[in-house]
Design a binder for this molecule. Structure first.
Ligand SMILES: Cc1ncc(COP(=O)(O)O)c(C=O)c1O
Length: 472
């Protein structure tokens, strides 16, 4: 019903509904009903609304209720009131261009089994202890903590992170060198902005590597130069082929190949940074998870003046927390701040909760349990792959949350990813992480976000998806 005159039952048109749980008063509900009628075109532009006295009678309310509602809509521009004449609708939905409708893409099959890399075991998130930490800091935070936050991060968390990185990662860090940020990606954007401001606009990246890091760097104004990775990690000798004076590298566990940068290359990498008067940006994203022996220490400890160290809790707790850190060379801290004038640290209470979680030993306990769980799950995955996909070969150090499954040259990995998705299994093709193409066929299999009991079915589905081009 489109209305352009006032001779009909307004109570029918304007459904003011019951007061509801929010206890909204009648004038609010009347304004809401009028606004809805105008927005959806039932009351057209130019239509007169009834005099307030008449509408009040119809609704059995005071005239004040109606004048309040009209006044609200006049203020919002939906009605126009003129002295001596009726109040009229002054807005039309046509005034707002409606976006063109795009046909909906067909819904993808729901993911029942997830063998894609990226997530930790979010089912095992330590909810109770995290809640305890949040409760503790919410009760104990002093008034000062609830004022304007320090953009570099709360001093308590910076101190705790520095101590954690010194003892567990062999880093050279103190509170002053730590910036709390939203994660590795955020830390890289901040670092790249600082490098660009210092005149370094070319960044070498590992190939294959995580595309988001490339995107983060280019979004900060850098040009990226892919450098190959082999079984010893980044080909450090290839850096000289590029104009780059900075490189971002996963030294402890390269993503996605799972290699560890060899001792010789670690030393050569630092030498390169000194020779070109440049920097290494170390992505220490999942180094806590090493199953065959202790994690290798960070390269940052070898030359803290040349290495930025980035880390986060995305792989250890959950990416949903959005908490990470950036340890910067002392000479760059001023540039880092200046190049990121509006970058803010994550919410202070979350930062304090993480500090409490670490200081009370709960982070270490969580990591110990997670390491045990992931080691067993990795073994189970590797065994099941050997049984069901014997033509494949697994590579990657016993570390992190993923392995590489190499397949014969004629395997159609892209087709397998699509077929598996239709059966509810999420897989990832190694090609998705490459800049330069390669004939090598491989899948990157993550085991963080899948339960042990699901692994046999997931690998059986993988077997089926490979069958057309890669029969057993
Ligand atoms: C190679 C690599 N680095 C870093 C991260 C973590 O990024 P963030 O801390 O921004 O969540 C990930 C997460 O998937 C990753 O794969």
């Amino acid at each position: 019903m489109v209305v352009s005159q006032t001779n009909f039952a307004w109570a029918t048109l304007l459904d003011v509904g019951p007061p509801g749980r929010g206890g909204r008063r009648l004038h609010d509900r009347l304004a809401h009903a009028l606004r809805a009628a105008i927005r959806d075109g039932r009351l057209v532009e130019g239509a007169a609304v009834p005099p307030s006295r008449a509408l009040a009678e119809e609704f059995g309310c005071s005239r004040w209720v109606v004048t309040e509602a009209y006044g609200q809509l006049v203020a919002e521009g939906y009605l126009a009131a003129r002295v001596g004449s009726a109040t009229r609708v002054s807005w039309s939905p046509d005034a707002v261009a409606s976006p063109p409708r795009t046909p909906r893409a067909p819904e993808p099959a729901p993911v029942r089994y997830d063998l894609a890399p990226g997530l930790p075991d979010v089912r095992a998130f330590p909810r109770r202890r995290w809640a305890d930490a949040v409760r503790a800091v919410t009760g104990s935070a002093v008034h000062y903590d609830l004022g304007l936050p320090d953009r570099s991060g709360h001093a308590v968390l910076r101190t705790t992170v520095a101590e954690y990185l010194r003892r567990s990662r062999g880093a050279d860090a103190d509170a002053a060198s730590v910036t709390v940020c939203a994660g590795v990606t955020d830390g890289l954007v901040r670092t790249c902005r600082a490098l660009v401001a210092e005149g370094i606009a070319d960044l070498a990246v590992e190939d294959p590597g995580w595309g988001r890091l490339r995107d983060a760097a280019t979004s900060a104004g850098m040009r990226v130069h892919p450098v190959p990775v082999d079984h010893d990690g980044l080909r450090v000798d290839e850096l000289a082929r590029t104009p780059a004076r900075a490189v971002v590298i996963g030294a402890a566990h390269q993503f996605p190949t799972g290699t560890v940068l060899s001792p010789g290359r670690r030393a050569r990498l630092v030498r390169w940074a000194r020779e070109v008067d440049g920097f290494v940006v170390e992505d220490d994203y999942d180094a806590e998870f090493r199953y065959d022996h202790h994690p290798v220490a960070v390269v940052q400890g070898m030359d803290p003046g040349r290495v930025f160290l980035l880390g986060s809790v995305s792989k250890t707790l959950s990416p949903a927390l959005g908490l990470g850190w950036l340890v910067a060379p002392a000479a760059t801290t001023r540039a880092l701040r200046a190049a990121n004038p509006v970058a803010a640290a994550p919410p202070v209470l979350d930062q304090l909760a993480l500090a409490t979680f670490i200081d009370r030993g709960w982070y270490d306990a969580h990591l110990r349990a997670a390491r045990r769980r992931f080691r067993a799950r990795r073994d189970l995955l590797v065994r099941t792959l050997a049984d069901l996909v014997p033509e494949g070969r697994v590579s990657g150090t016993a570390a992190g949350l993923h392995v590489l499954l190499h397949l014969p040259d004629d395997a159609d990995t892209g087709g397998a990813v699509r077929d598996a998705a239709a059966a509810g299994l999420r897989l990832t093709d190694l090609d998705d992480y490459r800049v330069e193409g390669s004939a090598e066929r491989a899948l990157v299999l993550g085991y963080g976000n899948i339960s042990d009991t699901e692994i046999p079915t997931a690998v059986a589905l993988l077997r089926e998806a490979l069958r057309p081009t890669c029969p057993p």
